[in-house]
Design a protein around this ligand. Structure first.
Ligand code: SF4
Length: 486
């Protein structure tokens, strides 16, 4: 729901064509003397609105006519012949997201502090970003042009926030009238044209749970395999969401939902061969119940929506532990070989005395033992991570500690790692132990080193006494394997 990386779009004017942001030092665009600042406005006579259009209209074409507007006002008409598959070597401007026309009662924008960064108030609802990055749209204000574009350009799959197939409930949740909320024809048209859909249900206790949830899940599953999956993710309330219509998601509610959805999942696995309706990881964590197995998630169709991330992490961590174990044994055996030489006489004559009392220190294992630092994460994931890190510690002798960081910036029941801010990290500064600290990589903006509360990463680093690394879980595991953290 939070699109942290979007560019604030409100003040930008739409200009024709797509802007060239950069041109590779070698390649077709350079040969054609195209440069950053040029706008490609037409390809083969057809208007270009963004880089998706450019990609679509140039795909597979070896003879092309480009109309390019130069910053000095000149218009260039270029006739091009290129090898099949030859790349232009152009980097285009980012897509400026289209805004939604809903008033969802749970909208994340209503949960922001008033002084939050402007991009947190961007209500993007864009079928292009849905296709490119898996952002959800409600389809409620999609235009006929956009519908045609999805179909013509095969922008599949689309990620659609359904929330409820009961029209009254959907309209209520979206804060729009039933006519606008009704997307049944649009969905049908997409499915009829073989556009695949991943659906999302933001679960709001007392509004779209119970019988409404059962109906929604069944209605969606009836369209499998064109509707590939449905993610059921819990409503998240910050301390700024004070809407009385919203009810907090509690551990009891989560346990109730799991018990209601599990039989459906079993039924789907039997009939459809897949789980189809997935509950967000947060629901299991909050319920205090085990995360389902790898098999439950299949090919993790909704991992970007926080569905199956914990399982994927646990499984990757299991592999890491096995590698570390092999690594340690290998190093020990090297150490053993050295020691063997030392005790050569003894080992030859007294086979039972082969275990040396003294193990010559091994440089490799010593490096692993020296890992001593603090891993900061959200309160929700901390117990899971702590358990795994403790296994690493007992295996390799490292002294890594997991620290659960309360989210005071958003407050409420926000406990996920990705919404931690610079201020939150600073508040736990005194609890950092060891030689370094690690914060979750996705708390830093992807295209600029700043955090959600606009604190610069450099500023944060300067206020800590130890180096801070921003790592994702994969990076963390890699660092442990390569003992690269210092
Ligand atoms: S669709 Fe709803 S939740 Fe998403 S941005 Fe618009 S109002 Fe907010």
């Amino acid at each position: 729901m939070y699109e942290f990386a979007v560019t604030p779009a409100i003040t930008q004017l739409r200009r024709p064509g797509v802007l060239i942001a950069d041109v590779a030092p070698e390649g077709l665009a350079r040969e054609l003397e195209l440069a950053a600042g040029d706008r490609v406005v037409r390809v083969n006579g057809r208007a270009v609105r963004d880089y998706l259009d450019f990609r679509f209209q140039t795909a597979g074409e070896t003879e092309l006519e480009l109309t390019v507007k130069k910053p000095n006002g000149e218009t260039w008409e270029l006739e091009i012949e290129r090898e099949e598959g030859e790349d232009f070597g152009i980097e285009f401007e980012q897509i400026v997201p289209r805004q939604c026309a809903n008033e969802c009662i749970f909208c994340f924008c209503k949960g922001n502090p008033l002084d939050a960064r402007p991009s947190l108030f961007v209500r993007d609802e864009d079928i292009r970003l849905s296709f490119l990055y898996g952002n959800y749209t409600t389809l409620s204000s999609i235009t006929p042009d956009e519908m045609n574009r999805i179909i013509e350009q095969r922008l599949s799959p689309q990620y659609v926030s359904v929330h409820a197939t009961d029209l009254k409930t959907r309209a209520y949740l979206l804060g729009v009238d039933e006519k606008r909320a009704d997307i049944s024809d649009k969905i049908q048209r997409l499915l009829d044209n073989d556009i695949e859909i991943h659906a999302q249900i933001v679960l709001c206790p007392t509004i779209n749970d119970g019988a409404i949830l059962q109906k929604t899940v069944r209605d969606l599953a009836a369209q499998f395999p064109k509707i590939i999956s449905a993610a059921i993710v819990p409503l998240g309330l910050t301390r700024y969401n004070t809407d009385e219509r919203l009810t907090k998601v509690t551990p009891e509610f989560c346990r109730q939902i799991i018990s209601e959805i599990e039989p459906l999942q079993k039924e789907f696995r039997k009939i459809l061969g897949v789980t189809f309706a997935f509950l967000g990881d947060e629901i299991y964590l909050k319920a205090g119940l085990p995360i389902p197995t790898r098999r439950h998630y299949g090919n993790y169709p909704q991992i970007e929506d926080g569905v199956g991330m914990v399982r994927s992490f646990l499984n990757s961590f299991e592999r890491l532990l096995k590698k570390l174990e092999r690594h340690r044994l290998l190093n020990e055996s090297k150490s053993f070989a050295l020691a063997d030489g030392f005790f050569a006489e003894n080992t030859r004559t007294h086979q039972l005395a082969i275990v040396p009392k003294y193990k010559k220190p091994n440089a490799e294992n010593a490096k692993l033992n020296s890992l001593n630092g603090t891993i900061l994460t959200g309160e929700m994931f901390a117990p899971v991570l702590r358990e795994q890190i403790e296994r690493v510690n007992s295996l390799i002798g490292s002294r890594l500690k997991v620290l659960a960081v309360p989210n005071t910036y958003f407050g409420g029941d926000v406990a996920v790692a990705g919404l931690l801010t610079g201020q939150d990290f600073l508040r736990v500064k005194n609890k950092i132990v060891g030689d370094f600290a690690i914060i979750p990589k996705h708390t830093i903006k992807s295209d600029e080193p700043i955090l959600l509360d606009e604190m610069k990463f450099e500023e944060l680093k300067a206020q800590f006494d130890v180096p801070i690394y921003d790592l994702d879980l994969q990076g963390l595991m890699q660092k442990i394997m390569n003992y690269e953290i210092r």
